[in-house]
Design a protein around this ligand. Structure first.
Ligand SMILES: [Fe+2]
Length: 383
C-alpha cells in the first residue's frame, strides 16, 4: 500500500511538472558587428542559462567537432536570465560564420552551491543564422536602410520582402522603428521579431531616433543595441565606406512639457560633438574613399525648423563638412527629401528617406549609388 502511494505521488508530481525546454520569445538579432565579432541578442521565454556556438561557414556539419562556446559573463561569472546579449569575439574579417543558440531553463537557483536546470537544447528560430563580419578591405559595401516604421510590422515586412540577404552587409534602422519604449518587449517584438528571418541573419546598425528616447524603458535601448563605442553614436568601416552614426536626441527643447523633466539632450549632444571631432580624425575613417553620416533627424535648417535640428545643423554640420562627408542619410520627416549641397550650410547632399520606402546603398571603388523602393518593390528615386 505504502509503495503504491509513493508511485502515485511520483506520477502526480511528474504530471504537474512538464519538461521545460528553453524557448526564444523574441529575436535573435545581431548588433555591434565588427571585423572580429558581433553580439547575439534575444529574449528567452523563461530564465535560462544560455550560450552561443560558432562554426565557420565551410560546409562541415555543426557537430563535426566541438565548437567554441560564448557566454554572457559579468566579471568572470556566467549569468542567466531572459534578456541575453552574448558577445562573439576573435573572428576574422569578412568571413561568414554560422551560429547556434543553446540553453537550459533554470528550475531552481535558490542554492548558492548548485543550480537545477531543465534539459539542454538548441533554441530554435527562423533564419539562416549566418553572419559575415565587417572587412575594411572588402571591395564593396551594400546595405538596406529602413526608418520611421513606428511599429507597423506589415510595412517592415513589405519593405524587406524579397531582399537577398547574402547581398547585404547589414541593415540600417534609421530611427523611429517604434513610437515609444514603454515596455522593452514592445521594441523586441516589433523591431527584432517582425521579420525574424532578416534580423537573425544580417547585422543591425541601429541609429536611435527621437521616438526610441520615449517611454519608461527607453533607457534600456543601449542594452538591446550594443555598439563599438558603448554609446548610440559610433563609427565603423565596411570596404571603401566609413560610417559615422549620430544621435540627434529628442526633437524639442529639453524643457518641453511632454518630457516631464526627463530630457537632458543638450548635455548629451555636446558630449557627442566633442566625440565626433575626434572620431572623424581616426585614420580608418579619414582615409576611407567614401564617408557617410547616418542620423535620424536630418541636419536641415529652414525658417520652421525645430530647436534640436537647428542645433545639429549649427554644430555637427561644420565638423562633417570638414571631414569630407559624401552623403548624409536620414529619416524623421516621413517623406522623401533631397537636399542639395549648400542649401543648409551642408557641403554634402542630404537624403531623407520616407517611412514607406526602403533605401538601398551600394559602393565600390568606382561608384556609389543610392536608390529607394516603395512597398511594391518599385524604384522611386535613384542617385
Ligand atoms: Fe523622428
Amino acid at each position: 500500500m505504502k509503495r503504491l502511494v509513493i508511485i502515485l505521488a511520483i506520477a502526480v508530481l511528474t504530471a504537474a511538472s512538464p519538461v521545460r525546454n528553453p524557448k526564444i520569445q523574441y529575436g535573435p538579432w545581431i548588433c555591434n558587428v565588427s571585423e572580429t565579432g558581433f553580439n547575439v541578442l534575444w529574449k528567452s521565454a523563461e530564465k535560462t542559462f544560455a550560450w552561443v556556438e560558432i562554426a565557420p561557414d565551410d560546409g562541415s556539419a555543426f557537430e563535426a567537432c566541438e565548437r567554441t562556446r560564448y557566454y554572457q559573463t559579468v566579471n568572470g561569472c556566467r549569468i542567466s536570465g531572459q534578456y541575453h546579449s552574448i558577445p562573439i569575439k576573435g573572428l576574422e574579417p569578412g568571413k561568414t560564420y554560422r551560429y547556434r543558440i543553446y540553453g537550459k531553463v533554470i528550475e531552481d537557483d535558490s542554492s548558492a552551491y548548485g543550480t537545477d536546470y531543465g534539459p539542454e537544447k538548441v533554441m530554435k528560430f527562423k533564419g539562416e543564422a549566418k553572419i559575415t563580419t565587417l572587412d575594411s578591405g572588402a571591395k564593396e559595401c551594400r546595405f538596406l536602410m529602413l526608418n520611421d516604421i513606428h511599429g507597423k510590422d506589415e510595412n517592415f515586412e513589405a519593405l524587406t520582402k524579397g531582399i537577398n540577404l547574402g547581398d547585404m552587409d547589414f541593415m540600417v534602422m534609421n530611427g523611429d522603428m517604434m513610437s515609444y519604449i514603454t515596455e522593452a518587449d514592445t521594441m523586441l517584438r516589433h523591431v527584432f521579431t517582425a521579420v525574424p528571418e532578416v534580423t537573425s541573419s544580417i547585422p543591425t546598425i541601429y541609429c536611435r531616433g527621437n521616438h526610441e528616447t520615449r517611454g519608461r524603458d527607453a533607457y534600456k535601448f543601449g542594452y538591446f543595441c550594443p555598439t563599438p563605442s558603448g554609446m548610440p553614436y559610433f563609427t565603423f568601416r565596411q570596404g571603401p565606406v566609413a560610417f559615422v552614426v549620430l544621435d540627434a536626441g529628442e526633437d524639442k527643447p529639453d524643457s518641453g512639457v511632454a518630457y516631464s523633466g526627463t530630457a537632458d539632450y543638450d548635455t548629451f549632444r555636446q558630449e557627442e560633438l566633442e566625440w565626433l571631432k575626434q572620431a572623424v580624425e581616426d585614420p580608418e575613417f579619414a582615409q576611407a574613399p567614401y564617408k557617410v553620416a547616418v542620423i535620424h533627424v536630418p541636419a536641415l535648417r529652414y525658417p520652421d525648423s525645430w530647436y534640436p535640428q537647428i542645433w545639429i545643423n549649427e554644430n555637427f554640420v561644420p565638423v562633417l563638412n570638414e571631414a569630407g562627408i559624401d552623403v548624409m542619410l536620414s529619416g524623421h520627416h516621413h517623406k522623401h527629401i533631397y537636399v542639395k549641397p549648400g542649401e543648409c550650410g551642408n557641403e554634402f547632399p542630404i537624403i531623407v528617406n520616407s517611412n514607406v520606402e526602403c533605401l538601398e546603398f551600394e559602393a565600390d571603388s568606382e561608384h556609389l549609388s543610392i536608390a529607394t523602393y516603395d512597398m511594391e518593390g518599385r524604384m522611386t528615386h535613384s542617385y
